[in-house]
Design a protein around this ligand. Structure first.
Ligand SMILES: Nc1ncnc2c1ncn2[C@@H]1O[C@H](COP(=O)(O)OP(=O)(O)OP(=O)(O)O)[C@@H](O)[C@H]1O
Length: 275
C-alpha cells in the first residue's frame, strides 16, 4: 500500500470476529492529518466495530492498526486516549447525575492523570496554578460549544441535542489529535444538526483536530467529508471523494437494499465466514 505523507492512522487488513459472527473482513483505509474522513454503510455493516478497534474497546482478530507509523494495537484504551485519540459514543455515555461541568472535567482529569509532564507540573509547579490552567481550557470548550447556560445542570435532564454537545465537550477535553465521532447527528432535529455541523467543522479549523465520523445522514456526509469509505457486510465496498462514492452503483444498491451481484457475493461470503 502506498504511503501518504500525512497519514495519521492506518487500518491494514483488519478482521474482527465475535464467536460465530465475522463483523469485519480485511478492512483497509487510512486517515490523513487534518481531514474529515467518514465511514458510512447500512446498519450492521461493521462501522462501530471498526471505531471500537481504533479506540481500543475491541481487539481485531487479524490485521494491523498504525498510529503515526507505530503499532497502535499494543496500547490499552487509556494509552490510546493519551496518544491523542478521543471519541464520542453512539449511545450517549454521560454521567447523567453529574453536572455538565463535572462531566467535562472527567475527560480533562483523565488527561491530567495520565500525562506525566502535566502531572508533574501539577505537583511541582503548584496545584492551584495548574488547576486554573485546566479550568481555562475547559471554559474555552464550554464557550465554543455554547453550553454556558447549562454548565451547572445535571447532564441527564438536558435535551438530546445538548447532551450530544456535552459528550463532544468531554471528548474534546482530552485534547485529541484525532476525534472519533459515532453518529454525532443521530436523533437530532434540523437546527441541532446545523449547529453540530458547525461545531464539527470548527474542531478542525479552530482546534486543529482530525476527524473520523460515522454518520447516517448522507447530506451531512457529503457536505462535511473530504473522503468517505463505505462498509457493507464488514468489507470496504467503495472509498474516495463523497460525490464519487455515493454515485457508485454498489453503494447505491447497498443503501436501497436492492439486489447486486457483488453485494450478494459479499453477503454469502460473510455468512460462510461466520458459520
Ligand atoms: N459485542 C458484540 N458481540 C457480538 N456481535 C457484535 C458485537 N458488536 C457488534 N456485533 C455484530 O457485528 C456486526 C457489525 O455491527 P456494528 O455495530 O459494528 O455495525 P454498524 O455498522 O455500526 O451498525 P449500526 O449502523 O446499526 O450502528 C453486527 O452483526 C453486530 O451484531
Amino acid at each position: 500500500m502506498a504511503d501518504h505523507d500525512n497519514t495519521l492512522l492506518r487500518v491494514d487488513g483488519v478482521s474482527l470476529r465475535f464467536g460465530g459472527v465475522k463483523a469485519l473482513s480485511d478492512v483497509n483505509f487510512d486517515v490523513r492529518k487534518g481531514e474529515l474522513f467518514s465511514l458510512i454503510g447500512p446498519n450492521g455493516a461493521g462501522k462501530t466495530s471498526m471505531l471500537n478497534c481504533i479506540s481500543g474497546r475491541y481487539r481485531p482478530t487479524e490485521g494491523k492498526i498504525e498510529w503515526r507509523g507505530n503499532d497502535l494495537l499494543k496500547h490499552s484504551i487509556n494509552d490510546r486516549a493519551n496518544l491523542g485519540i478521543g471519541r464520542t459514543f453512539q449511545n450517549l455515555a454521560l454521567f447523567s447525575h453529574m453536572s455538565v461541568l463535572d462531566n467535562i472535567l472527567v475527560g480533562r482529569h483523565h488527561r491530567l492523570k495520565n500525562n506525566f509532564l502535566t502531572g508533574m507540573a501539577y505537583w511541582v509547579g503548584g496545584a492551584r496554578r495548574e488547576e486554573l490552567n485546566e479550568r481555562r481550557y475547559v471554559e474555552t470548550i464550554i464557550d465554543f460549544l455554547e453550553i454556558q447556560h447549562v454548565r451547572n445542570e445535571s447532564a441527564g435532564i438536558l435535551s438530546y441535542g445538548l447532551r450530544k454537545r456535552v459528550e463532544l465537550a468531554r471528548a474534546m477535553a482530552i485534547e485529541p489529535e484525532l476525534i472519533l465521532l459515532d453518529e454525532p447527528m443521530a436523533g437530532m432535529n434540523l437546527e441541532e444538526k446545523e449547529d453540530m455541523a458547525r461545531f464539527i467543522l470548527a474542531l478542525r479549523e479552530e482546534f486543529a483536530m482530525t476527524i473520523m465520523m460515522i454518520e447516517h445522514d448522507m447530506g451531512v456526509v457529503v457536505d462535511l467529508s473530504d473522503r468517505v469509505a463505505v462498509l457493507d457486510f464488514g468489507r470496504v465496498i467503495a472509498a474516495g471523494q463523497p460525490e464519487d462514492v455515493l454515485a457508485d452503483e454498489h453503494v447505491k444498491k447497498a443503501y436501497l437494499g436492492e439486489d447486486d451481484e457483488m453485494l450478494h457475493a459479499l453477503a454469502e461470503e460473510q455468512e460462510r465466514a461466520s458459520a
